[in-house]
Design a protein around this ligand. Structure first.
Ligand code: SF4
Length: 503
């Protein structure tokens, strides 16, 4: 999962990209980078860590120009090293590119490029995409490329590149600095664009536009490419017939609540999910004296749920704002130790009460197990947990870091889940067994059906129902999982961390 940003038509393009990267920093914390075009040069600087801390005035002075692209990275393919940081640069004819997502045929593309004697410099899956695009452009002509050339090259590239990806690129087309933004034909990963007095901006999420006073104009559509040049009408074209299936997990967990994704407010969507979850609790007859969100993501859903059930809503945890988001930190050991710093409970909100905790999802369960043990330590009479998404039973091959079956905690209880998700009987059995393992009185998930009732249009929810909107052979799934496992070995991932700290 990553954050992408691009701006054209600003005299302070790289400085503004740095601000925008901080607005999408939650999408990745491992590395960051900013690149510009300055005449014949394509300067870029990439660093490890948070954008706001990594870049300084001297860096920005080396990145002049009216066009800039930036990236903040959480690795799903490749490791968290500086070598894999983006934006990437290809010398011929001079293209800068950053992407968010995951190419499901990465290994095939690497082989295809090797067969043409093109050798890659990184383990990053954006690189084969960039190489294919650049090679296709050079086949059309050697220099002085036009928007039409770039469009034709992208069409050719899209035919061989498979997966979920949003890209932002910068190059000279028709003699002008041109910002390019495109999405795969299912539009799985988000990308929005906006305008400000003849300048244009693209970002993974709308708060980046808000931060810089750009007026949001909408999403880059599934299968669409838009070419932006300062002071000119954007050129919008279809690379492939769009068949949108945006990632529902963005709405549940990943996107900022103040984002508008696919024309919908993420905050409102989380309220709707909370109301739907209240319906599940009523069906199960679960009662509680207080509703407490596990911060931060679950707050809107917990509020809506509490309203719906007429139970008081309280903040039971104070979050230390100086620690990172544990889900996207590099490995299990880091996640575990960070959590000890992260949440401090307010004892009076738990002691002697029947508590209903609300959280967004359960992926690995490590963070949650520790949180429940903290709550138990505060003298709660009963601890119920309600999750405003269905059980995560299938890996994500489209760029969210849960791409192997064995890391999904719910699969301990459902090792061979059926396509389509669990029927209610099986879901209730899983809830019961999992609650016992976590030391809960009850656990309640949202059903796939109720989740869909809040969305009402095509979506990717493959991690819940196993229906992958971009077809994947078993071979490809295994290749992605193996790549992820080998990256994890380097980080000393240890499954035993899952529940050992729960007591
Ligand atoms: S599998 Fe889940 S996390 Fe991955 S893109 Fe689909 S909905 Fe999002």
């Amino acid at each position: 999962m990553c954050g992408i940003v691009g701006i054209v038509g600003s005299r302070e393009a790289s400085r503004e990209v740095l601000i925008a990267l901080q607005a999408v920093q939650h999408r990745g914390q491992d590395s960051c980078g900013i690149a510009t075009i300055n005449g014949e040069r394509f300067p870029f600087i990439r660093k490890l860590g948070l954008a706001g801390r990594a870049f300084n005035e001297e860096d920005l002075s080396r990145l002049p120009g009216i066009i800039s692209v930036g990236h903040t990275r959480y690795p799903t393919v490749g490791r968290g090293s500086l070598a894999d940081a983006q934006p990437l640069f290809y010398r011929q004819p001079g293209v800068l590119l950053a992407h968010n997502g995951n190419l499901v045929n990465y290994s095939d593309l690497v082989q295809r490029l090797h067969d043409k004697s093109v050798h890659l410099l990184t383990n990053c899956d954006a690189e084969p995409l960039l190489c294919e695009f650049a090679l296709n452009l050079m086949e059309i002509r050697d220099r002085d490329h036009t928007i039409e050339d770039a469009y034709n090259a992208l069409c050719k590239t899209w035919k061989v590149v498979d997966g979920a990806y949003s890209i932002v690129a910068a190059m000279i087309l028709d003699g002008k600095e041109t910002l390019i933004a495109a999405r795969d034909y299912r539009g799985i990963r988000p990308a929005v664009w906006g305008e400000r007095k003849g300048a244009f901006m693209v970002a993974s999420e709308s708060p980046a536009l808000d931060a810089l006073g750009f007026k949001a104009r909408g999403d880059i559509e599934a299968g669409e490419v838009i070419f932006f040049q300062a002071g000119k009408q954007p050129v919008r074209k279809k690379i492939a017939p769009g068949d949108p299936a945006p990632c529902i997990f963005e709405q549940i967990y990943f996107a900022r609540p103040d984002s508008n994704v696919e024309g919908r407010s993420v905050y409102s969507q989380r309220l709707a999910l909370g109301r739907a979850l209240a319906g599940e609790l009523v069906e199960k007859g679960i009662q509680a004296e207080v509703v407490i969100p596990i911060p931060d993501t679950s707050r809107p859903a917990a509020m809506a749920l509490a309203e719906e059930l007429s139970i008081p809503y309280r903040e039971g945890f104070i979050k230390n704002r100086y620690t990172g988001r544990t889900f996207i930190m590099g490995d299990q050991a880091k996640r575990r130790s960070e959590l000890r710093l992260k949440l401090n409970p307010i004892r009076s909100e738990f002691e002697g009460k029947d508590v209903l905790l609300v959280d967004d999802s359960i992926v690995r369960g490590t963070t949650l197990a520790r949180t429940i043990s903290i709550v138990r330590g505060q003298g709660a009479e009963k601890v119920h947990l309600a999750i405003y998404s269905p059980p995560v039973l299938f890996p994500c091959y489209y760029g969210i870091d849960m791409s192997t079956r064995e890391e999904l905690a719910a699969r301990i209880f459902e090792p061979s889940p059926p396509k389509g998700g669990l029927d209610m009987e099986r879901q209730r059995r899983l809830e019961e067994e999992f609650a016992g393992q976590l030391g809960l009185d009850t656990l309640t998930y949202l059903s796939v059906e109720k989740m869909d009732g809040t969305w009402n249009s095509e979506r990717c929810a493959a991690c819940f129902d196993g229906r992958y909107p971009i077809p994947l052979s078993e071979e490809k799934k295994k290749a992605i999982e193996n790549d992820r496992r080998s990256g994890r070995d380097q980080r000393q991932f240890d499954l035993r961390f899952r529940f050992i700290d729960a007591g």
